[in-house]
Design a protein around this ligand. Structure first.
Ligand SMILES: NC(=O)c1ccc[n+]([C@@H]2O[C@H](COP(=O)([O-])OP(=O)(O)OC[C@H]3O[C@@H](n4cnc5c(N)ncnc54)[C@H](OP(=O)(O)O)[C@@H]3O)[C@@H](O)[C@H]2O)c1
Length: 291
């Protein structure tokens, strides 16, 4: 397999991920809708940039993407300027967007007709995970396509697992988001309660994080939650998109996830308070406003 790779979507996540790929010895060409970000990336990492996804994908053995949602993904993959139009038979498309399992199956079907492999590979680990190259990646696809993609994914991940056929990566990510929604609401209530009770919230977390209440969110978010700082991280708008996917999938498969439905509505409140781009730990702001 040649070392030519493309990366489409240089947001909070994609920008550093593409950088790790270039640093790992791949010859990366990036595409970003807002070209100035692609220019900046190429100047910083020494790779190239293209002005369409097709151009970026031209001749690449691997094409990665990390854009917003299902429709964004379709818009960079399909059509005359889309990535698939530039990809050769035998190459593999790896999608790191958090999207539905349905769009993964849909695009994998189109890819198959063109002889292109497809792996849905959503990530967990947040902005810090991307900036430090230590993401967790959950994949769906064939063993063959997965094996071709893994050496490149290794450049920005600490764990990468094939979960099943196309769509299984996205379904696994849904489980991740369902778990996080509940944890963040619990953590928000805990910190809010501690502060209202007149306790030193930092001291509270320092002690309870050594016990059974410990979580990634607690370890990584308690200081900023206490300080009421949310201008970073994983946006509430994205979380609502993810929970929407979880809720519609739950309906389709007959799973009961009432707490997720409730927290989704709490996030709608945070959006109405102007916090759509704030980190998901901003759930606590809603409690502060209510009391
Ligand atoms: N941030 C996190 O902590 C995190 C963690 C895990 C998973 N994710 C998931 O990773 C994905 C990206 O998140 P992010 O935080 O990197 O988002 P972001 O900072 O908002 O970046 C989104 C990227 O997608 C591009 N894009 C959006 N719509 C597009 C369209 N219609 N056509 C072409 N390009 C488009 C944007 O281009 P422009 O620069 O032109 O706007 C940008 O490069 C999302 O699915 C998110 O749910 C994020």
């Amino acid at each position: 397999m040649n070392k030519k790779a493309a990366f489409i979507g240089l947001g909070v996540m994609g920008y550093p991920m593409a950088g790790f790929l270039q640093k790992a010895g791949y010859e990366v060409t990036v595409y970003n809708r807002t070209t100035s970000k692609a220019e900046k990336w190429a100047a910083e990492y020494g790779g190239s940039f293209a002005t369409t996804p097709k151009q970026a994908a031209d001749g690449a053995a691997l094409v990665m993407a990390c854009v917003g949602n299902d429709d964004d993904l379709r818009s960079v993959v399909l059509g005359d300027d889309g990535a698939f139009a530039g990809m050769e038979s035998g190459s593999v498309f790896v999608d790191h967007t958090t999207a539905s399992s349905e769009v993964a199956v849909e695009l994998a079907g189109v890819a198959k007709e063109l002889g292109i492999g497809f792996v849905d590979a959503p990530v967990s680990g947040g902005q810090a995970g991307a900036e430090n190259g230590v993401l967790t990646v959950m994949c769906g696809g064939s063993q063959k396509d997965f094996d071709l993609a893994v050496p490149a994914i290794d450049a920005y991940s600490q764990a990468c697992k094939l979960m099943g056929d196309v769509g299984a990566g996205q379904t696994t990510k849904m489980v991740n988001q369902i778990c996080i929604a509940g944890v963040l609401q619990g953590l928000s209530e805990g910190i809010h309660f501690a502060q209202k009770a007149g306790l030193d919230a930092e001291k509270v977390i320092e002690v309870i994080s050594k016990g059974a209440a410990q979580s990634w969110q607690m370890e990584n978010r308690y200081k900023t939650m206490i300080a009421d700082e949310f201008d970073f991280g994983f946006a509430v708008d994205w979380m609502r998109k993810d929970l929407g996917i979880c809720l519609s999938t739950a309906k389709r498969i007959g799973a009961s996830i009432p707490n997720t439905a409730l927290v989704d509505q709490y996030y709608a409140d945070v959006q109405n308070m102007g916090g759509g781009r704030h980190d998901t730990s901003s759930l606590i702001r809603r409690l502060r406003k209510l009391s």
